[in-house]
Structures are given as structure tokens and as C-alpha cells.
Design a protein around this ligand. Structure first.
Ligand code: AMP
Ligand code: TRP
Length: 334
């Protein structure tokens, strides 16, 4: 069975963008792949976090992964910091990556732009992400469009390491969805909908009730020419709505556009489709609220299962580089 791995940062409330761009596909992959999904709490440390909030967000993220329909009997759900090989492999890969290639990362440029001080962790963030992926020898990585460049780096590091030190890592492919791979903010359609950017009207939360979804979609920014057609450059707000309906109904945005002449009708159907899509998620989430011990069990079992895969990959990479094996392990082999 092919393996997939993906991760999500516990940096705030999950959005519709997370769902359409990634989580929904994670759920499909668990059916016919050996799937690993992780709450990447170490990645959250690259910004100024409040420890109390981070703790809450990490648990919340795990609850959301269950609420979207991930089933711990079909996939492995775990927290990144529970598997120490993630940080250990990161160092080995940091010594494989170059400053130049990390400097070219668009997300780094955006996040560091205008900052007086920039954390070293923000710079090396994509190397930690590469370690997440390579540790599990993942064949595919389901992510939204914004992560494509990071994935390209993970591939490059795997290839470079394999060429220099011998076949160690699987070179992963990006699995980016065809529709809604980049959901835009409803109020600022030129920027990505994001859980870390405050935009109450522009962001649809994974757990928003139908009334909130309807209100936000109704107020979504469009344009004044009144024509329904898919044109991302000239009509970004409308194109985003068409993308959303396409994503929610498994069609192309061009196909969706053909069915409408009025913005109001389109908005009505977008709101309805999104409410229906997210309703079961909200219901499952409410049912889970009372069962935190269950979540703890899922994460404990997930960490153990993840470790089983990650530890041998790390050991292989360390050995390939010439690091001495742990003396106790060496004795065991005698
Ligand atoms: P993050 O919230 O940055 O940890 O992202 C988790 C996953 O959701 C990644 O696979 C992202 O590519 C995806 N994602 C985040 N925001 C969006 C968006 N606005 N549109 C599509 N996918 C997204
Ligand atoms: N960097 C990713 C994001 O911001 C999250 C992430 C961390 C990830 N590790 C990963 C995604 C490994 C896929 C695979 O969305």
C-alpha cells in the first residue's frame, strides 16, 4: 500500500481553506493508503505563541482531525513533538540544505517581510517539514497549493541525500487537489484564507454554523460588472466563489459558472453547498467534545505507531552519514 503523510499547524481555528485544500483529501486517502497525519506543534513555535493557547490549539486540532472524518483505525493521527525523530532528522537535513535555497522560499519571504527580528526557526521551517515527510518514506503528500514549493524542497533534499550518501529516503510527490487548492479570503480575494490572519468576515471557520456561512458568503466581495464567468485575474472575488462551489460539488469552476447569470443566485448556492458540506463535521465535533480521554488515547497510540516507522528511517539516515550507532544497540546486534 502506498503511504501518505501530511501535517497541519495548530495555530488557530481551522478554516474552510484547510478543509477543501487538504483535510477532505486526507479523509479519502485513509481508504486506500497507509496514512499518517500529524499536528505539527513544533511548526507553531516559529511565531510568538502563548503556551496556554498552543496547548489548547493542539488538542483542538486533534479533535478537528477526528471531526472531519479521520478514523484512527484507518490512519495514524499523532502530534509531531511526541516523535523525537522529527527534530533529530531536521538537523541532518539542515546540514544537507543550503541557505540560498531556504532564502528562496516564498512563505519565508512573506512571513519575514517587514519584521524587525526573524526567528531562525522561521527560516528553517521547511527543513522540519521535509523531515516530517521523509521520516515516513511517504509516497505522496496531500497539501494545498501554497505548500508546493516546500514539497519541492523536500524532494530536492531527499534526492541530494540519496545521491551523496546512498539510497535512504523515498522521494515524495505533492498531491494537490484540482479544485479549491487555494481558497481566498472572502473580503480580500487577493490573499489566501488563513487561520493566522484576523479576518472575521473573510474567513469561514471549519465549525461555522450555517447562518454564519450564509452571512459571510452574502457579504463576499465581488465586482460590479455583473457577468458570471471564471477569471481569476480580472474577477478574483467571483472566481473564488466559483472555486468554492466547484470544490464542494466536484466540478470545474468553468462548469459551475455556466449555470448562473446573477451573483445573488450563485452566492445562495455557495452558502447552501458549504453549509451542507461542513454540517457533519460540526456535528461530529460536538459529539467528541465530551470525550477527551478518547482523544488522548488516539494520540498516544498514534505516537507509538508513528515512532515505529520514524525510528528506523532516522537510524538509517544517521548511519548513512557515518554517525556511530548507540553503543547499547551495537551490543544487541552481537
Ligand atoms: P496550515 O493551516 O498552513 O497548517 O495548512 C494546513 C493545510 O491546509 C496545508 O495543506 C495547506 O496547503 C492547506 N491550506 C491552508 N490554507 C489553505 C487555503 N486557503 N486554501 C487551500 N488550502 C489551504
Ligand atoms: N507547512 C505546512 C503548512 O503550513 C504544514 C506542514 C508541516 C506539513 N509539516 C508538513 C504539510 C508535512 C505536509 C507535510 O501548511
Amino acid at each position: 500500500m502506498k503511504r501518505v503523510l501530511s501535517g497541519i499547524t495548530p495555530s488557530g481555528d481551522f478554516t474552510l481553506g484547510n478543509y477543501l485544500g487538504a483535510l477532505r483529501h486526507w479523509v479519502s486517502f485513509q481508504e486506500d493508503h497507509d496514512a499518517f497525519y500529524c499536528v505539527v506543534d513544533l511548526h507553531a513555535l516559529t511565531t510568538d505563541i502563548d503556551p496556554v493557547v498552543l496547548r489548547r490549539n493542539s488538542l483542538d486540532a486533534a479533535l478537528n482531525l477526528l471531526a472531519v472524518g479521520l478514523d484512527p483505525r484507518r490512519c495514524t493521527i499523532f502530534v509531531q513533538s511526541h516523535v523525537p525523530e522529527h527534530t533529530r532528522l531536521t538537523w541532518l537535513l539542515e546540514c544537507t540544505a543550503t541557505m540560498g535555497e531556504l532564502r528562496r522560499m516564498t512563505q519565508f519571504k512573506e512571513k519575514s517581510h517587514g519584521q524587525e527580528t526573524v526567528r531562525a526557526g522561521l527560516f528553517t521551517y521547511p527543513v522540519l517539514m521535509a523531515a516530517d515527510i521523509l521520516l515516513y518514506r511517504a509516497d505522496a503528500v496531500p497539501v494545498g497549493e501554497d505548500q508546493r514549493q516546500h514539497l519541492e524542497l523536500a524532494r530536492e533534499l531527499a534526492l541530494r541525500f540519496n545521491n551523496r550518501y546512498g539510497e535512504t529516503f523515498t522521494v515524495p510527490e505533492a498531491a494537490v487537489p484540482g479544485a479549491a487548492a487555494r481558497v481566498m479570503d472572502l473580503q480580500h480575494p487577493e490573499r489566501k484564507m488563513s487561520k493566522s490572519v484576523e479576518s472575521p468576515l473573510g474567513t469561514i471557520g471549519l465549525l461555522d454554523p450555517a447562518e454564519a456561512i450564509t452571512r459571510k458568503v452574502r457579504k463576499a466581495v465581488t465586482d460590479t460588472d455583473g457577468e458570471v464567468r471564471y477569471d481569476r485575474a480580472a474577477k478574483p472575488g467571483l472566481a473564488n466563489l466559483l472555486d468554492l462551489l466547484a470544490g464542494a460539488t466536484d466540478r470545474t469552476p468553468q462548469e459551475v459558472a455556466k449555470g448562473y447569470t446573477r451573483y445573488g443566485d450563485l452566492k445562495h448556492d455557495v452558502a447552501e453547498a458549504l453549509s451542507e458540506l461542513l454540517r457533519p463535521v460540526r456535528e461530529r465535533r460536538m459529539a467528541l467534545e465530551d470525550d477527551l480521554p478518547y482523544v488522548d488515547t488516539v494520540l498516544a497510540e498514534g505516537a507509538a505507531a508513528a515512532h515505529e516507522v520514524a525510528a528506523p528511517t532516522y537510524a538509517k539516515a544517521a548511519d548513512a552519514l557515518g554517525l556511530l550507532p548507540l553503543p547499547s544497540l551495537a551490543r544487541d546486534e552481537d
